[in-house]
Design a protein around this ligand. Structure first.
Ligand SMILES: Nc1nc2c(ncn2[C@@H]2O[C@H](COP(=O)(O)OP(=O)(O)OP(=O)(O)O)[C@@H](O)[C@H]2O)c(=O)[nH]1
Length: 297
């Protein structure tokens, strides 16, 4: 929350206002009581009192009060415009600060997302994977990953052109975003036409259900691809991995296994999902050899 800095000018104008008010009240009281009737008309205006050499005829305290109020009045007249300048400058600075904060938020978002698809980019995925891996280890919860690749996408580009290819990529990203609707789910572009869905607190069964939902939604969306040897519409192959992470284990194994599942799905005819057979507990000492594990359809 922003706290507005207190203007030194506003303190000054309050002070001079008080001095002026007290002096004027004193002037009025003295005039009414007829203590110095011949000068009563002069009191309301301390500056005028000074001009008429009030100090010659007034008690010294009253003359001093008149002098102080005159100075206060003069300073107030000078300070008020400065006060307004200060206030408008302060308002401009606040506006500028808000503009920069919004711009900063936009830049942070841009740095974390893919310019073409509007989903998280690979770097952001790596960042979130690290956090979610640790969280899952702490909470002893499964962490699942889908690795998704558009089938025969080179053929799609060659047949319909690169721009249509970009539109197709956006369509698939849109389906993934709609399918992975839980607040903790993350959809990211892993590279080229490969995308990932990271799902905290999700078992291998839940991840498989999500993969099936994606196939179904793509079939329903029916993005035309009549040249495809797989189907009349755009299809994807999906590799699934799911683990109970251990804090110091190498999290890249989650990606490796999803990648291997994807390879198996492609090899088995595309437009399908493949996963490893069992939910695995990854211990740190297992790390080096895990890359060779082959997922099965
Ligand atoms: N339009 C478009 N194409 C892309 C983009 N990124 C990668 N590609 C293309 O995606 C294609 C990927 O082709 P391959 O890796 O051979 O795979 P594939 O044709 O999908 O075949 P399978 O994966 O075996 O089904 C290449 O032609 C890339 O040029 C992109 O941002 N836009």
């Amino acid at each position: 929350m922003h706290t507005k800095p207190k203007s030194p000018l506003s303190s000054w104008t309050s002070l001079t206002g008080c001095v002026l008010a007290v002096t004027l009240l004193l002037d009025a009281a003295l005039s009414l009581n007829g203590l110095v009737p011949e000068q009563a008309a002069l009191f309301p205006n301390a500056v005028a009192a000074l001009e008429s050499r009030a100090s010659d005829v007034l008690p010294p305290g009253i003359a001093l009060a008149g002098f102080v109020s005159g100075i206060a009045l003069a300073l107030t007249v000078i300070m008020l415009p400065m006060h307004h300048v200060y206030r408008s400058r302060e308002a401009r600075l606040l506006q500028e600060r808000e503009r920069l904060a919004a711009q900063n938020a936009r830049l942070v978002h841009q740095a974390a997302s893919d310019g073409l698809l509007g989903i998280a980019n690979r770097r952001e995925f790596e960042r979130v994977l690290k956090l979610e891996w640790r969280r899952a280890a702490r909470e002893r919860q499964p962490l699942s990953l889908l690795m998704i690749d558009i089938d025969c996408f080179k053929l799609f580009n060659d047949t319909y052109g690169h721009q249509a290819g970009d539109t197709c990529l956006r369509g698939v990203a849109d389906v993934l975003r709609t399918a992975a609707a839980r607040p903790g789910d993350m959809v990211a572009r892993y590279g080229g036409e490969e995308m990932v869905v990271l799902m905290p607190h999700t078992s291998v069964e839940g991840a498989m259900r999500m993969a099936e939902r994606i196939h179904a939604m793509l079939a329903e969306r029916a993005l035309s691809f009549s040249a495809s040897p797989v189907a009349q519409h755009v299809t994807v192959s999906i590799g699934v991995s799911s683990m109970l992470p251990v804090r110091n284990a190498n999290r890249s194994v989650l990606v490796q296994q999803a990648d291997e599942g994807l390879y198996t799905a492609k090899e088995s005819g595309r437009n399908r999902t493949a996963t490893m057979p069992n939910l695995r507990l990854i211990a740190p000492e297992e790390e080096p050899s895990l890359g060779s594990h082959r997922a099965q359809a």
